[in-house]
Design a protein. Structure first.
Length: 479
């Protein structure tokens, strides 16, 4: 029995590698290094971490130990075993069965749809910070936000259509500038302390967090939301030159840098902004504006730094959008979606129909979520719904080393299984607490009901789509 299952496993891998051969191999080692930084370092979550106040350093250290390090080793292990286009979707499908693989792809897909749907909010918010206080009314104008959403998503569709030959330069530039701006932010308190304009500054001050539901909720959000993302680069395995080797090395190189950026960056934001007044959409622009307020050159430096940081969002949205367009394509290869999604552009070899469908749905999502709520609540809804879908997919990531049958060829050691157990529990905590808001909303009960209904209803729809798509296909392999 073990031999037949292993042969089936190898045959499926060979089929996927054959289909991937039509794709352009555009990503090298440096591209994967910069993509890994971009996928994990998300400026939004500096604002979330600031909500923890001076206890953020302790929470970051626990997050790194219990989630970030386990994630890095699990992703590196699975990518070495299965360096396949589609990443986590294919890992789950091959480790367990088609149904679970489809649901993982579905949740990954919904995550990016909701995350990219915030493009208009982020764009207008950052432009308002760059233009100064006089432009604050612009950020509150719903029609301007909607127009910005449509324009931004249209740009992302164009970049995705042109392929990674163009897209990787957008990613690389955004990643480099992100590190540059966060490093500038992290240095400003030291400079102001030296000049005497800041009374005291202790970036690594260790303060025990209070044991409250709020602090636990903030911890779960800054742990999972801020530190996930390494596996998303693996979606492009079929478009990488040496995915098994390069992604593992990229993870090992970038993990310490990412941890340092988050800890020092959060401390710097807290030096200028209190937890109660933090702007969860633009925490870094808010901190930079206050850090350089009153300085003569600030009117030039602040807008420049904010615009440079905005390239993080443009690049992250572009990378996530392009990766997301690959999931329907690969599901089509596996006959779980119509062949229509697998059509490639004759020149660029990108999934044009998948890109078109994804763009239309993302625009529609932007319109629906912005209706009837404030911009901060709309952003929180998009972020939490999206990252909770992502969390459901991550439960499968950590479940593979724990529960996949040995004949699948996945035989992790004891330490990797312990790490996977820790990552699974932290992710489960995030998913369970996702209904608890960390900002002021009109109604906490309505927020909780709305969030729960979206998560349950979306996955019920995913199961229905799987049943419809798999009719007439060979039965799924059963783990």
């Amino acid at each position: 029995m073990a031999t037949s299952v292993s042969a089936e496993f190898a045959a499926k891998e060979a089929h996927l590698e054959t289909r991937s051969s039509a794709l352009r191999k555009e990503l090298g080692f440096l591209d994967l290094v910069l993509a890994s930084i971009l996928l994990v370092v998300i400026p939004d979550f500096f604002g979330t971490a600031v909500k923890a106040g001076p206890a953020h350093v302790v929470l970051w250290l626990f997050a790194i130990l219990l989630f970030f390090i386990p994630q890095a080793f699990v992703v590196a292990h699975l990518n070495r075993l299965m360096p396949l286009e589609g990443g986590l979707y294919e890992w789950t499908r091959l480790a367990f069965n088609d149904r679970l693989g489809f649901l993982v792809a579905w949740n990954l897909w919904l995550y990016v749809v909701l995350y990219v749907a915030s493009a208009g909010l982020v764009t207008v918010n950052y432009m308002a910070y760059a233009l100064g206080p006089a432009a604050s009314a612009v950020a509150a104008n719903r029609w301007i936000v909607l127009v910005a959403s449509v324009v931004m998503i249209g740009v992302l569709m164009l970049i995705a259509r042109l392929g990674l030959r163009i897209g990787k330069w957008v990613t690389n530039a955004g990643s480099f500038l992100t590190v540059l701006v966060i490093a500038l932010l992290a240095l400003t308190p030291f400079l102001q302390r030296w000049r005497g304009s800041l009374a005291a500054y202790h970036p690594l001050h260790l303060v025990a967090p209070p044991l409250t539901l709020f602090s636990v909720s903030v911890f779960s959000k800054m742990t999972f939301g801020a530190l996930c993302g390494f596996e998303y680069a693996a979606i492009f395995a079929g478009e990488s030159r040496n995915p098994a080797r390069h992604l593992k090395r990229a993870i090992l190189i970038t993990a310490p840098l990412i941890a340092l950026l988050y800890i020092l960056g959060t401390s710097a934001v807290l030096a200028y902004v209190s937890p109660d007044s933090i702007d969860v959409i633009g925490p870094i622009p808010q901190a930079l504006s206050r850090a350089f307020a009153g300085l003569g050159f600030a009117r030039f430096l602040i807008p420049l730094a904010i615009l440079l940081l905005f390239t993080n969002y443009l690049s992250t949205f572009a990378l996530n959008f392009s990766a997301n367009s690959r999931l329907p394509m690969v599901a089509g290869w596996d006959h779980l979606l119509p062949e229509w999604f697998t059509r490639l552009h004759t020149k660029h070899k990108t999934p044009v129909n998948s890109i078109l469908f994804l763009g239309a749905l993302t625009i529609a999502t932007s319109v629906v979520v912005l209706a009837g709520v404030g911009d901060q609540e709309a952003f929180e809804l998009l972020q939490i719904w999206g990252f909770t879908f992502y969390g459901l997919a991550y439960l499968a990531l950590f479940a593979i080393p724990l529960f996949a049958r040995k004949e699948r060829g996945i035989r992790p050691g004891v330490w990797l299984r312990l790490g996977a157990s820790s990552g699974f529990l932290v992710t489960l905590l995030f998913v369970l607490l996702s209904v608890f808001p960390i900002i002021s909303v009109k109604s906490e009960s309505a927020y909780a009901i709305k969030t729960s209904a979206v998560l349950i209803g979306a996955n019920a729809l995913g199961l229905l789509l799987y049943r419809l798509g798999s009719r007439g296909q060979p039965p799924a392999n059963v783990a």
